[in-house]
Design a protein around this ligand. Sequence first.
Ligand code: SAH
Length: 254
Amino acid sequence: MPGKVYFVGAGPGDPKLITLRGKELLEQADVVVYAGSLVNPVVLEYAGKGADKYDSAQLTLEQIAGIITRAAREGRRVVRLASGDPSIYGAVEEMSDALKAAGIDFEVVPGVSSFSAAAAALQCELTVPDLVQTVILTRVEGRTKMPDREQLEDLAKHGCTLALFLSAALARRVQEKLLTAYPAETPVAVVYKASWPDQKIIRGELKDLADLMRKAKIAMTAMIIVGRCLTARGHKSRLYDKTFSHAHRKASIS
Ligand code: SAH
């Protein structure tokens, strides 16, 4: 009987922010392949002492696929542990292609993404009624090219909330590209290592983003949030408005 592969979201860092399902799968795993650059080693402690553990940061895609498919063929339970949620910059697609080609069954277990953990640290709602109802999860172009129409200048035209992954080392470029469409005073916040013990938060305005990050020495493992949601006050959702009926509650005043 071939084993099964589980893509599990480890969450942003705090070991309490993995799902119960993710923790259970780690406890039962024979093999764990984790993204060592971002997964908190404390989360790995949920895996049993007997489990084989591999840090994928030091491996190529072919090597990772080799370890995973071999173990699954031997009937072992494999957990591919991704930081945050596997569906976001989690390299799931390329790996699931290899599994499909090898006829190996797999399942994906979601996780708390770092953009959610950053919003929590900032105590901020990213979708504020009447102000902004859209969040774009993206990154600035670096060595990885962006597809057509997904350059930051294009996305910035929407003026909505932006959550930028993989962009901390390119803050100057982020700032320049966003200033083509966002006002210079647009609020920004950077959360370094959201939910880790050494989490750091900086806040400011878009025109100062790169300088603020340089002064704080933040160049990796950071989420950049941009938009007016960060300083919103006094916006009310219709969901709890007493004059508004919906499927779960009738209006008490009309
Ligand atoms: N799948 C992950 C993202 C992986 S890409 C998720 O859902 O969060 C790696 C990028 O995620 C980093 O460059 C950084 O921008 C962000 N990131 C991951 N963990 C983070 C954390 N604890 N705090 C802030 N940003 C984090």
